[in-house]
Ligand binder design. Structure first.
Ligand code: GLC
Length: 626
């Protein structure tokens, strides 16, 4: 059955009023959908029949889109750059840490508006595994909100409330694995052969051992290895992350069909952005590290095509924590686009690395290695998130200048664990070996040394220490806001919140120090946010000033060109367009920078020209006069 004749499967499932639209979208995106799926699954007997039933499911879900979401689809399909402007700002939090539950999150909308947020990423809130669940990244059901956080009706109400004030809800779509108590895993354990094929299960260690030779480890301490023996399966399940997170077998077309429908059902509840969790790991190939495989990209391209057909208002975001050179592929090709947004984890890690080294070299290399964005796409920039700062993405950059990358990254990791001479209060992640460089944890405020300066009234040396730590916090936020990306603030950072050490008392969390950076929103700091006599108030005001300046500077939109200017080793001089220059001093020493022409400081509103002095850890955003 040729692809063109399968369109009736789609159209028959779509209500009359939407058929012409469906036919148009299928004409534009059907070839990519069919092409990718044929490359992946074309050898499976009955492929075209399977494809027809997939189209019926897509058609039904397209037909089920509410009028409000259908209107959003139309508007966004007509303006595919809607998320690239300098007004776009994200915010990320856990539901319970931010608002208790989904209704509580709705009560926080005024705070998001005050900050200028247009995009809210709520970390996993679908029904999660009982007991340990990796902060909800072990999903027991994609079909219902976790009862602790509310109901599906609460979710739909929240997405509606957010949409009415111009905030898009982003949710994780955890597509690499499900929890071992998800219905598919339970069925497989109970002997259902069909569901066993949803996973990678091996009867003995021979294949796992062969794969392990080339695989990395995500949690080498808490969850070593990539396979877990499951007695009920009489075999070994592939578990890249924790043993209770079973990797899905994407070489099985049934998995694709089930997950595609899942995505569209969630989109129909009003989720506008999907954070495609752990996208790099979707396809397994022996002899490789099973990351970034070409088939993983085909899966994502097929997902994009089906979203473009059934829910074009939706954005897909790649959470691929991979070296810079692997990242652009997640945007796809012009004829076959993939994700709209991709986390720029190299930028994030390099910025912290530069802070530790008091040298902008790492971040300069990453900026130089960042290609221009393809049309209608954006990087995602961030200072901190719920995960560790993973150092491994920087191996190539850390090797530049004849360095031993391992030793260099390990030194950075030690710095953030509060090594000698360090202002940072963080911890190394998944390694107690001081020569290893895996990741580092901690809230931004703690990692820049703000934690120790306290929150009470301060004076003298304390006040200097606070001012310097504040500068470091703003330096990193300035870079993230000025880079040319969709910047996402991490809950609590706007208030300078410090580490939360209470996870150590919880046996289900104690082994995972990422909980350091997952505090409850500090109500006291929140109440102080407009009071400049408090530390929270000072951080909040300074950050808002940056956000406000960014909003009025079109040079800071995602796609505006960026170039590096020559500067002292500690200084990153980043020009955006023709008339905007950002200067970031990563060292604790003053630095000089020779300005060409007349400039105005975008925050302080004062004129500058000639050789200027950058104070320790200072940042400046400059607009060219005329
Ligand atoms: C992503 C999440 C992380 C989680 C992992 C497994 O990397 O950000 O928190 O542990 O996926 O789902």
């Amino acid at each position: 059955m040729p692809m063109s004749s399968s369109i009736h499967h789609l159209l028959n499932a779509v209500p009359e009023a939407r058929r012409a639209e469906a036919a148009r979208r299928y004409a534009a995106h059907g070839p990519a959908l069919h092409g990718c799926l044929h490359s992946l699954y074309g050898d499976t007997p009955g492929f075209e029949q399977w494809y027809g039933s997939l189209l019926s499911a897509i058609g039904e879900l397209h037909g089920a889109r509410s009028p409000a979401l259908a209107a959003l689809d139309t508007a966004r399909a007509a303006q595919p750059d809607w998320f690239l402007g300098q007004q776009m700002l994200g915010y990320c939090s856990y539901v319970d840490r931010f608002g208790g539950d989904l209704r509580g999150v709705a009560k926080r909308i005024p705070h998001l508006q005050e900050l200028g947020v247009r995009y809210l990423h709520l970390l996993p809130f679908l029904k999660m595994r009982e007991g340990e669940n990796d902060g909800g990244f072990a999903v027991a059901s994609f079909e219902e909100v976790d009862p602790r956080f509310g109901s599906n009706a609460d979710l739909e109400a929240l997405t509606g409330d957010l949409r009415s004030v111009g905030i898009s809800l982003c949710a994780d779509f955890i597509l690499n694995h499900v929890a071992d108590d998800h219905a598919w895993a339970r069925g497989a354990r109970e002997g259902d052969e069909r569901l066993r094929q949803f996973f990678h299960v091996f009867p003995d260690r021979s294949q796992p051992d062969a794969y392990e030779r080339a695989l990395g480890q995500v949690f080498p301490q808490a969850a070593p290895g990539n396979f877990t023996h499951v007695p009920a399966l009489a075999g070994w399940a592939w578990t890249t992350f924790y043993p209770y997170q079973w990797d899905l077998n994407w070489s099985n077309p049934e998995v694709f069909a089930a997950m595609a429908a899942t995505l569209l059902r969630l989109a129909n509840r009003g989720i506008e952005v999907f954070r495609l969790d752990s996208t790099a790991f979707l396809w397994k190939r022996e002899g490789t590290n099973c990351m970034n495989q070409p088939e993983a990209h085909l899966i994502l391209q097929a997902m994009r095509a089906l979203a473009s057909i059934a829910a074009p208002g939706v954005l897909l975001k790649a959470e691929a924590i991979v070296p810079m050179r692997e990242l652009p592929a997640y945007f796809g090709q012009p004829a076959q686009p993939e994700c709209h947004i991709a986390y720029h984890s190299s930028l994030m890690a390099a910025a912290w690395g530069a802070l530790a080294e008091q040298d902008a070299g790492l971040v300069r290399s990453v900026v130089a290695g960042t290609p221009p964005l393809p049309p209608h796409a954006s990087w995602l920039s961030y200072v901190r998130c719920h995960d560790d700062i993973g150092w491994n993405v920087l191996r190539a950059e850390a090797a530049e200048g004849d360095h031993d990358p391992q030793a260099r990254l390990a030194a950075i990791s030690r710095f953030f664990a509060g090594g000698e001479g360090s202002f940072a209060r963080g911890e190394a992640f998944q390694s107690s070996d001081p020569h290893a460089a895996h990741g580092s944890n901690g809230m931004a405020a703690s990692l820049v040394g703000l934690e120790d300066t306290g929150s009470a009234a301060i004076s003298g040396a304390d006040s200097d220490a606070e001012a310097l730590a504040m500068r470091r916090l703003l330096l990193l936020h300035g870079l993230v806001l000025g880079f040319g990306a969709l910047p996402v603030l991490y809950m609590g950072d706007e208030l300078g919140q410090a580490n939360d050490y209470s996870f150590r008392q919880r046996p289900d969390r104690a082994m995972d120090s990422r909980w350091l950076q997952r505090p409850l929103l500090d109500e006291q700091r929140f109440a102080q946010r407009h009071d400049s006599s408090t530390q929270a108030g000072r951080v909040y005001a300074a950050l808002r000033a940056l956000v406000a300046a960014r909003q009025r500077l079109p040079a800071l939109a995602a796609g505006e060109p960026r170039s590096l200017l020559p500067a002292a080793p500690a200084v990153l001089a980043l020009q955006r367009g023709e008339a905007f220059l950002a200067l970031y001093n990563f060292s604790g020493m003053s630095q000089q920078f020779p300005l060409q022409g007349q400039w105005t400081d975008a925050i302080e509103r004062r004129g500058l020209s000639g050789e200027i002095t950058l104070a320790p850890w200072a940042m400046h955003w400059l607009e060219r006069d005329n």
